[in-house]
Design a binder for this molecule. Structure first.
Ligand code: NCD
Length: 319
């Protein structure tokens, strides 16, 4: 593994399988009465959140704590960032406190990369979502969830070769879609992105995926369908005529869900716009693995922190 996890593209197939297999072992910890391992005792993990987040922030915090690390939670709101302090000065302050890992979410695409390469911290940098760019741990937890449902015997040691994954909706603003496309490709899956033309990014032809404007066409062969949130906070123009029209063409309702193969799973990274990209009854149905994705997120982030900080030696021979 590389020292940092900035992009899902940083992971080779073997790296990714290693994270997923480690997460599988760690998942058991959450089922114990005492949910803690001593692995990262004495290490410090800083969660640096410049953008709102519920599940990702809590998930990283739970993951670090379950490994017995000291956790410092920083959120831009209520900090000196609101007084205009830069990422550099914030990072250097944290460095002065000694961080072995910095988990960063930032509204600017590329901020984690800058943090990792500018020498502002000695710790391992984990990208927890940067702008519309990437969200590699989300892609890992999604792959973990797919593997546990679509693989044999929980999928340990396996990739997702030949599985058909359909990712639907606001691809343009979605770091989840980009990281998933990269990781799923590395793991051998076939990815189809379905979106209105206005919500597909320029340059999507260079991604290792197929694209389609028609959701109904790809339902029958899908092993997993991942619905994306319509990210209104990143939209400053009108990308579709109306919410109703969007939902009619790109929403997953019960009728569409019933056309999926028997074994297919329905996913969403959260937070959901119920009634918009996904019907409330679909989100709560037996095919939905949305709550499981959240549970798996903690195990996957434990695995990432363990492999980056836990003394495992990386390719460059650095601890
Ligand atoms: C996603 C994110 O923040 O990129 N959510 C998450 O991390 N669980 C997707 C989204 O906000 O729609």
């Amino acid at each position: 593994m590389k020292k940092h996890l900035l992009s899902a593209g940083d992971l080779t197939r073997d790296d990714a399988i290693r994270v997923l297999d480690t997460a599988q072992e760690l998942l058991g910890v959450a089922q114990r009465p005492i949910k803690k391992l001593p692995t990262l005792r004495g290490r410090t993990v800083v969660n640096l959140f410049f953008e709102d987040s519920t599940r990702t922030r809590i998930s990283f915090e739970a993951a670090a704590k379950r490994l017995s690390a000291d956790v410092i939670n920083f959120s831009a709101k209520g900090s000196s960032v609101s007084k205009g302090e830069s990422l550099k000065d914030t990072a250097m302050t944290l460095q002065a406190m000694g961080a072995d890992a910095v988990v960063i979410r930032h509204h600017a695409s590329g901020a984690p990369h800058r943090l990792a390469t500018a020498g502002w911290t000695n710790g391992a940098v984990v990208n927890a979502g940067d702008g519309t760019h990437e969200h590699p741990t989300q892609a890992l937890l999604d792959a973990f969830t797919m593997r546990s449902h679509l693989g044999t015997d929980g999928g340990v040691g396996q990739d997702l070769a030949g599985k058909n994954v359909t990712i639907v909706g606001d691809v343009l603003h979605s770091r989840v879609a980009r990281s998933n496309a990269l990781l799923l490709h590395t793991l051998g899956a076939n990815v189809t992105l379905v979106a209105p033309p206005t919500l597909l990014p320029v340059g999507v032809d260079a991604w290792p995926v197929e694209t389609s404007y028609n959701l109904d066409d790809s339902l029958e062969k899908a092993d997993a369908v991942m619905m994306l949130r319509v990210q209104r906070e990143r939209m400053n123009a009108s990308y579709f005529p109306s919410a109703r029209e969007y939902s009619r063409r790109y929403g997953l309702d019960t009728a569409r869900m019933n056309r999926l193969p028997e074994h297919a799973i329905v996913m969403h990274p959260g937070p959901m716009n119920r009634g918009m990209e996904i019907g409330a009854d679909v989100a709560d149905s037996g095919r939905s693995v949305i709550v499981e994705q959240v549970t798996n997120g903690v195990a996957v982030r434990m695995a990432v922190l363990y492999l980056l900080v836990g003394g495992a030696t990386n390719d460059e021979g650095e601890a």
